[in-house]
Design a protein around this ligand. Structure first.
Ligand code: ADP
Length: 295
């Protein structure tokens, strides 16, 4: 099954165009949708999740027309929104059981088996009788995945799931996602480059409602290899470089700036070539002048 998005457009009532001719084909596995805050990720995720309308364009999931056959989509969709609220005074077993009833699983034994399996899968078994209000951020997110998995979804959408998780929780959460991605379409929407780098076989970079890159992270890196240059400079020189070169990122090392420039040839003597990574890809597309090479 594939999710095919074609020429999707959305302008909000306030005039903000959140999606501009977005076209993407998303296959089984982990797909990373990478972009800064305000890029349009949530708008796209909510549209795929049938929670808001597009102005024009089409989305199909296998044979289902996502924009018109909403009930059909909801049956095979698992959605973990950016702000996933839980009922604080309910425990995981009770809430999952209740949600399974709402999903139409009427048989009590069947529900128990499912809920137990989900609690094991998301590593929440030990905490199954604890009220959700006492869960850590990572546990809440894993609970969010457990609820998203109730209907054995074919498509799972997770919107900014790792923000606020500590490194260990983040790892556990991402491992869980990648396990699920073995036989489902998983769309991971994030502004965190590392999330995509570690897990996704396919990705898109989006900014200001437009798709700037689509392809594999490896191909994206290969495309800019040999064109990413770094130089340590003084703070006083920073403005000069910003104005005269295609600076894609800056960081301080022991108090002095190191700049990264995207350019075909060596910018000047002090620069050295570096191995490109996905972060350079991201900054090149977001801040560099590569728009003309958009696929
Ligand atoms: P992201 O998820 O990448 O942060 P969003 O899809 O939330 O991006 O937002 C894209 C743009 O649309 C932003 O400029 C945002 O302010 C605007 N936007 C999002 N939702 C609404 C809304 N309901 N009404 C008006 N503008 C919105």
């Amino acid at each position: 099954m594939e999710l095919i998005i074609q020429d999707l457009n959305k302008t909000y009532a306030n005039g903000v165009q959140a999606l501009k001719d977005v076209s993407l084909t998303i296959k089984q596995g982990m797909f990373g949708l990478l972009g800064p805050n305000g890029a349009g990720k949530s708008s796209l995720m909510r549209t795929i999740a049938t929670l808001q309308e597009a102005d024009s364009g089409s989305i199909t999931l296998g044979n289902i027309n996502v924009l018109t056959q909403k009930e059909e989509v909801r049956k095979i969709l698992g959605y973990l929104p950016q702000e996933f609220g839980v009922y604080p005074r309910v425990d995981a077993v009770t809430l999952l059981d209740h949600l399974a009833v709402l999903k139409g699983i009427k048989n009590k034994n069947e529900r128990k088996q499912l809920v137990d399996a989900l609690l094991h899968k998301t590593n929440l078994w030990q905490a199954r009788n604890k009220n959700l209000g006492g869960y850590s951020g990572g546990m809440k997110q894993r609970f969010g995945i457990a609820q998203a998995l109730i209907a054995s979804p074919k498509l799972i959408i997770v919107d900014e799931p790792t923000a606020g998780l500590d490194p260990a929780e983040r790892n556990r959460f991402l491992n869980l996602l990648s396990e699920i991605g073995e036989n489902t379409i998983v769309i991971l929407s994030t502004h965190i480059v590392e999330d995509v780098k570690e897990l996704c076989t396919d990705m898109a970079i989006i900014n200001k409602g437009q798709v700037l890159y689509k392809g594999s992270p490896m191909d994206a890196i290969a495309e800019i290899e040999g064109k990413v240059w770094k130089k340590r400079i003084t703070k006083a020189e920073l403005e000069h470089y910003r104005n005269s070169m295609n600076v894609i990122s800056e960081r301080l090392i022991a108090g002095s700036p190191e700049i990264t420039v995207f350019q075909e040839s060596k910018p000047d003597d002090g620069f050295h070539l570096t191995d490109a990574d996905l972060e350079d890809v991201y900054f090149t597309h977001i801040f560099g002048s590569k728009k003309e090479s958009v696929a």
